[in-house]
Design a protein around this ligand. Sequence first.
Ligand SMILES: [Zn+2]
Length: 175
Amino acid sequence: MSGNRAERGKRFADAMFSGVAAGLCLAVLAGVVFALAVTGGCLAVAMRPNARDFQPPREETLLATGYCNCQKCCGWKYTWYGRSVVAAGKNAGRPKKVGITASGTRARHGTIAADTSVYPVGTIVEIPGYGFGRVEDRGGAIRGRHVDLWFRRHSDAVKWGRRNVRVRVWLPRKK
Ligand SMILES: [Zn+2]
């Protein structure tokens, strides 16, 4: 009788344990998926260049700087009635959509601003310490062998600073 009860207790404990283990696995899985989504892991996978659409990669050393959506990085300001506009230059006063790139995409980790006469929109660059990125934006001060890497936080852009980095570049094939 008591043996039977002990057996039942053990079975209950086993069931409990496997339930907890399954729950733990799910939690870990959810955590990994979440972390990938947050760090742009999914985007990085989407940015792997393929041979059909891209030329073979070439290695280059170029200047990599960082930027974010802020007024300081992107040169915009609010009008007195609260509209965001370009702060200076020939487009001063023109409406500015904050966080939207020159090609119309939403800026995120992996967004690169470059001189599109050198690196056309769609060019993929792998930058050590940053990961894969795609040229989607431009900037007045970005000329030649220079990429400006998007960061979510201004402090991260500042922390990145200015670096000369050895990168791999995949230029899109001409259509
Ligand atoms: Zn900034």
